[in-house]
Every structure is written in C-alpha cells, then in structure tokens.
Design a protein around this ligand. Structure first.
Ligand SMILES: C[S@@+](CC[C@H](N)C(=O)[O-])C[C@H]1O[C@@H](n2cnc3c(N)ncnc32)[C@H](O)[C@@H]1O
Length: 314
C-alpha cells in the first residue's frame, strides 16, 4: 500500500480535513488514528487555541505522540487505546472527530512488524502487538471460512481458492511463519499468466486481507463510528478517510443513516421513520488531487466523507 519508504508518513487529504474542521480556534478535535501525528500537528498548528485529543493502539505511535506532548503540553492529550473503546476517553462535547483508517507508512517501513514482504520477518501484522493473534497464528488456526473471508472478501483476491488451499496444505510447516516464505507460497499458487497481468506483487492482496482479519479492522470501524458521533457536540463534525471499499461502505451507510437517508437500495424504511441527526458535508467522497497522488501514492485510494451533527441534538 504505502510507498513512502523512509519518508515517514504523509497525512492524506490534509487541506481538505482542515477545511472541514475549520475555523478551528477554541475547538477540541479527536484524532482517533494518530499514526505519525501528521493530521494532529496540522490541527494544532491551525490555531493557538485548538486542542487535540488523540488515540492510537500501536505502542510505537504512543512513543511518537510524546514529542507532540512536549511541543503542546496544554493542548494535546494521547490515549493508548483501540478506537473501538473511544467512549473511555474523558473528553466529550467534541467539535470534531477524525478517522484515517488502516496502517501507516511506519508499519511498512519496519520489517519486524511483519506487514511487508519486501523484507523477511515473522508474519505478525498486528497494529497492537500486545494483544490478539499474529498473522502466522491466524493462518495456522483459522477455519477455511475465515481464510476465505480474509483473502476473498477483505483482500479482494480473485485467486483466493488456490491460495486458501495452499495455506491449508502448508500448515504445520514453517512456511506460514515468515513474510518472505508466506509471500513466496502465495506467489507460487498464482498461475504465471495471471501474475504477469498485474503490476502488484502477487501477495499484496492476501497480505492486505490477512491484516484486516487479524486486526478486525472492519468490526472496529463499525463499533467506533456511533461512539464517535455520540461524543460530538451539536454542530460537531465527524470525518472518516477510508482506503478500502469495505471501509468506505461502512462509513457511507452509517452517514446516510445519520442523515435520514436510505442506507442502500434495499432500505424501504418509510421516510417519517428516519430520524435525522446530521447533515452531509460531502455528497460524494472527497478524493486526492493528481498533485497529491503524485507526491503521496498512498492517497490514490483515499476517500473522505464527513457529516455535521445537527444543532439541537445533544
Ligand atoms: C493511516 S494511519 C494514520 C496517520 C495519521 N493520520 C497521520 O497523519 O500521521 C492509521 C493509524 O491508526 C492506527 N489504528 C488503526 N486502527 C486502529 C484502531 N482500531 N484503534 C486505534 N488505532 C488504530 C494505526 O496504528 C495507525 O497508526
């Protein structure tokens, strides 16, 4: 996904995010995915009275947050937390909440985290290495259905059947334990003509799907969005940047529901039964400009959606 090797993490759609939350003086914004702190720092710099509360479940993000705390001791607070638990933070009546889902360039840049097949390391892929199963453990123990969900659904890998079979066959050997041997196993299952047709490394989609499964990335988005909306003050803005169609689908459906719109074509709830809690700020998702994509290829698949909580709601 990321190609910013060695450059740190460039925040995506930064100008657009600042535009949605601004003017920012006196506001308190929750950055629920602190990462490298790019959005956080820009928000703190956007006004001398802006406060940012930030969350990240990766202990290395917590270390990076210390530098921000040193620069902004009175206006910045960090929680080492999964954003699915964001209702545990002390702050409420927030003026804005930002989600910028997924992994950061730091994850790919550090081979030992096991997200990248460019270097060899234990296949870990946990955003929070203190809890849960590693990717290797998942691959060794998941049911066939769970593997199919990860590789076919989350990874959108069309050769999923062969890959799932190869993984099941490789159980008990060491092949699933390290990024390089896992990537080679996947690559070897994909027929050469299919491999040649794609610019992507043959293991890219499977790695993405396994990462999403290991971190339960879709589940936590679903849990966190309503909690974030509840923490907003009236007139507050909830904004989410997604990189995967399944992430975007969850955001889109939840935002449509908040705005009293049918969540999809099958939704036949009568209009008078739809409470309206928010106003859409983005009718279509905001995407990166060609200039931003040229500077930061990771922004290519970014989609930013936002809603504003109606005044009169608590
Ligand atoms: C795309 S990066 C955010 C980058 C950040 N906006 C910046 O400008 O540097 C996503 C971050 O969210 C964190 N993250 C992903 N899922 C999370 C979750 N469920 N709870 C807490 N943090 C999460 C990851 O550890 C990662 O650091």
């Amino acid at each position: 996904m990321s190609t910013n090797i060695g450059k740190g993490h460039l925040p995506v759609l930064l100008r657009e995010v600042l535009g949605l939350f601004g003017p920012s003086e006196g506001k308190t914004i929750l950055d629920a995915t602190f990462g490298g702190g790019g959005h956080t720092r820009a928000l703190l710099d956007s006004g001398s009275t802006v406060s940012v509360v930030a969350i990240d479940c990766d202990p290395e993000a917590a270390e990076r947050a210390r530098a921000v705390s040193d620069s902004f001791p009175d206006r910045f607070r960090f929680y080492d937390l999964n954003f699915s638990d964001l209702d545990l933070i002390e702050e409420d009546k927030l003026d804005g909440v930002l989600f910028d889902y997924g992994v950061s360039s730091f994850h790919f840049d550090q081979p030992e985290r096991g997200f990248s097949f460019r270097a060899d390391a234990p296949a870990d892929m946990r955003l929070n290495p203190r809890v849960g199963q590693t990717a290797a453990e998942f691959l060794e123990t998941a049911s066939r259905e769970e593997l199919i969900e990860a590789i076919k659904v989350f990874g959108e890998e069309t050769s999923w059947r062969r890959i799932v079979d190869a993984i099941l066959d490789a159980r008990g050997t060491d092949l699933l334990h390290n990024t390089r041997s896992l990537a080679a196993l996947i690559s070897n299952t994909i027929p050469a003509p299919v491999r040649r047709r794609s610019k992507l490394n043959p293991a890219t989609k499977t790695f993405q799907g396994v990462r999403i499964a290991v971190n339960r990335e879709l589940e936590v988005i679903e849990t966190a969005l309503p909690k974030a909306f509840d923490l907003l003050a009236p007139d507050g803005v909830l904004a989410a940047i997604s990189f995967h169609s399944l992430e975007d689908r969850i955001v889109k459906r939840y935002f449509r529901k908040l705005c009293g719109q049918p969540i999809d074509r099958m939704d036949s709830t009568p209009q008078q039964m739809r409470p309206v809690a928010a106003r859409a700020l983005t009718r279509k998702p905001i995407t990166a400009t060609p200039e931003e994509i040229a500077q930061n290829p990771r922004s290519r698949s970014a989609k930013l959606r936002a809603v504003r909580k109606l005044i009169g709601l608590t």
